[in-house]
Each structure stands twice: as C-alpha cells, then as structure tokens.
Write a protein of this length. Structure first.
Length: 284
C-alpha cells in the first residue's frame, strides 16, 4: 500500500447476523476521487461507518490520515446518507454548534456555499426539502476545508440540476492540491464526471477495483443474436443475460477476437460493470 494514501483498509471484516462485510482491501491515494459503488445493501454504508470509527470491525486494519478510524476529525469532512443534526436547528445555528470543533472553520466559505447551493440560512432543518438538507450537509462538511471528504450517497434524492451543482462544488474542492474524496453512490453516472478510481461492492465483497479508465478498458459490453453466441464466447462472457432476440454481457477486452461479425462491442458504463459482474457472482 502507498504510504501517502490518506485512507487505507486492509482485510477488514464486519459480521452481523444476516450480513457479512469483507474481507475488504481498499486504498484511496492522495489527490484522487474514489467511487464506491454498489446496489442498496451491498455494504457501502457499513464500510464507511467502519472508516469513521462508528462501528467496530472484527478483523483487519484501517488507517485514516495516518491515524485510527475516527481520528483527526478536524481534517475530515463527512456527508452521511442522513442528516445527523437537530431538526429544529437552522443552517446558522448548526454552524454555530459545529464551528467550535474546527480550528479552520471558515464562515465566509460557508456563507458562499449556502448561497451557491441555494440553501436558506434561517429555515429550520425540518422544513428543508430533501435536496436542501443534502446540500446543507455538504456545505457544513466543506466549511473547514478538510483534506479528506467522505460521502455516503450525497446526490441521492437530488434532481438533475442540483446534482450537477453539487458535482461542481466537488470539482472546486479538488482544485486544492492533495485533497481526496471517497464518494459512495448507486448513481453511477455521477462517477463518470468526477471519479478517478472505482471500487464495486456486491454482497459485502469487492468484485472489481481500479482506475476508472483501466476498468472500462479491461471489459467490453457485447451484444448479439442467438446464433452469435458460440460455445467459446459463451464460456467467456460474464453476467450473461439472455432475452427474446439475443443476449448481452461483459467480455474481457482480450477476448474480442472470439466475436463474430454479428456481435456489437461497446465500452461499458460503470453501471453495466456493476450489474453484470454482480450477476456473475450470483450465478457462480
């Protein structure tokens, strides 16, 4: 593992009665955006809570900014899938409560973020829309200019315009050298815009991980008619899905030579990687 990586998980496991996470190895190099992708229930939130020291792990090790989980909180910004603030607070009262814990809290930066994200400063949290609540959480997480930003489904519930506004804020955050983001989501199209690396979780296990470009170059999405699925091709296609007029699946790019002229091959999306590699695991 890279000594300059602000977030490292090595062989971590967490056991619940009906769910098992791991073992998971994950490393986010400094200055990169890692997308953590998976369907609901894949283990993304459990993994993030372990990183933050909110749940204990049964095995493995976690290092966050060279410390234990939950350490150095002043250098970490966090947006969880639910807003963990009093519903009777406003953005102003939330900021007053939080700023004393962060020596680098920047009131002007927070005011600018609230304005850019169209979050009313004096409306109670319970009266904010879902989207406004998410954007408030993001503004509060960024107000102390953290080195590491950990996001759990930050764009869930946002309309397309608001999602683009939030992604623009992330881009601005990353302009400063050395800032790092872990971005958990099931909206994979967001990762096409900002992710450098992608880790795909399914049923608590990592089924693919690497740079986004490498993953998309390693696989091709192939489709064809019934007659195009030869025995040799059938044995190499991952997550094969058959339908009334043919089939589709993922094929290692190195095996493209197995395809006949009737097979259409395209660069897969991250969503297609998730869907077909998860189906392959279930079918195994």
């Amino acid at each position: 593992m890279n000594d300059d990586s602000p977030l490292k998980l090595q062989g971590i496991t967490k056991n619940y009665q009906e769910f098992h996470l791991g073992p998971i190895d994950l490393e986010v190099p400094r200055g990169y955006v890692m997308g953590l992708v998976g369907a609901n229930g894949a283990g993304k939130t459990t993994a993030i809570k372990a990183m933050l020291g909110m749940v204990g792990i049964d095995a493995g090790s976690i290092s966050v900014l060279d410390g234990a989980p939950g350490a150095r909180h002043g250098r970490i910004g966090v947006v969880l899938d639910r807003l963990a603030l009093s519903r009777d607070w406003t953005a102003v009262s939330a900021a007053r409560s939080l700023e004393r814990f962060y020596p680098d809290w920047d009131r002007d930066l927070l005011d600018d973020l609230l304005t850019r994200l169209d979050v009313p400063a004096r409306v109670k949290i319970k009266d904010l829309s879902r989207g406004q609540g998410v954007k408030l959480a993001l503004a509060l997480a960024l107000a102390h200019s953290p080195e590491l930003l950990i996001l759990d489904e930050p764009t869930s519930g946002l309309d397309p315009v608001a999602r683009l506004e939030v992604l623009d804020i992330f881009r601005d955050f990353l302009i400063a050298e050395g800032r790092t983001v872990l971005f958990s989501t099931h909206i994979t199209s967001d990762l096409d815009r900002i992710a450098d690396m992608v880790t795909i979780l399914d049923a608590g296990r990592v089924i693919a991980s690497g740079s986004r470009e490498d993953l998309l170059e390693t696989w091709v999405m192939v489709r064809g008619g019934v007659a195009d699925l030869t025995d040799g091709l059938n044995s190499r296609v991952r997550g094969l899905r058959r339908h009334s007029v043919g089939w589709e699946g993922l094929l290692p790019a190195a095996d493209l030579g197995l395809c006949g002229p009737g097979v259409v091959a395209e660069t897969p999306s991250i969503e297609e990687l998730l869907v077909h590699l998860a189906k392959e695991r279930k079918d195994a």
